[in-house]
Design a protein around this ligand. Sequence first.
Ligand code: GDP
Length: 360
Amino acid sequence: ALTIGIVGLPNVGKSTLFNALTKNSVLAANYPFATIEPNIGVVPLKDPRLERLAQIHGSAKILPATVSFVDIAGIVRGASEGEGLGNKFLANIREADAICQVVRAFRDDDVVHVDGRISPGDDIETINTELVLADLQTLENAIPRLEKEVKGKRTGKEVLDTALAAQQVLERGDTLYAAGEAAGVDRSIARGLGLLTTKPFLYVFNLDEDGLTDEALHAELAATVAPAEAIYLSAKLEADLAELEEDEARELLESVGVTEPGLDQLARVGFDTLGLQTYLTAGPKESRAWTIRQGSTAPQAAGVIHTDFERGFIKAEVVSFDALDELGSMAKAKEAGKVRIEGKDYVMADGDVVEFRFNV
Ligand code: GDP
């Protein structure tokens, strides 16, 4: 499964947030891969559509899609030099598929800030500078090697061109993700070179409770990280919510003027940032969301259930959740002509409720 690495300066609330994530984790019985390591939190992607599908089909079980977060400790100034903790940090971040930065925006005189002041913009700069320096170091080693390989025709020129374009972006102090492909940096080549800042970034601003509904503040913070997505939450509040029963949690949320827990937003935005989407299946046994890459075709989607389904794919019977929801049963959806037959070139859409036909 793809993972999101959680990073941030010391004392910004990473552990608090990660502990809340872990408390929200899915039951390992349903997700055998979810137990493995203490620094991995596998959280459900909340999807109210599944409850409705279960109601329509009389499903015994609901299985939401999941998002995996990895707690990556150890970013400090100088991490890019690869000393001690720095090496481990870089190795961990290399394995993550997206980078989630937790940024302190709460004020609390009892919690020391490493740099002695609360300044989200400066904190982001500190972390991104380490990642940019690590990438520059990677390129400094790679470019002379690539020059030789291109001369000897063992490597395509586009790889060297990408490396040089990336170097220009990084020398300006920008991440490759923020610069985008417009800067002439082919993302998949850059990733192949092991460059960290091509990974998608998202930001969690850890706010005081009264900041949760402060839209002017959110807009100001969003501007510092665009085009990356941002989530505004209080890690402390999320930790409290994780301890409560559902109705109590809802009351607490309402009392601070928020409708959705920050962790649910984080799961949703994280899932999206990873380039993933879901489709749905439903029957008496279970209503379930399956994870696919955005843009997957019907056979690729079938392959997520079982590899044999991809090879033996014949067709997909697809109904949109909205149509099924409105008509209230599969039989009625069929009657109304809302169940489509799709072939192997069909690109899956969000909210597709699917049944695959296949040869085995
Ligand atoms: P880490 O070093 O980034 O993992 O930070 P921790 O999660 O250990 O948090 C550092 C300190 O900040 C702890 O004392 C937390 O209780 C406190 N803290 C974390 N989140 C919040 C928050 O949202 N508001 C306040 N006031 N304190 C917080």
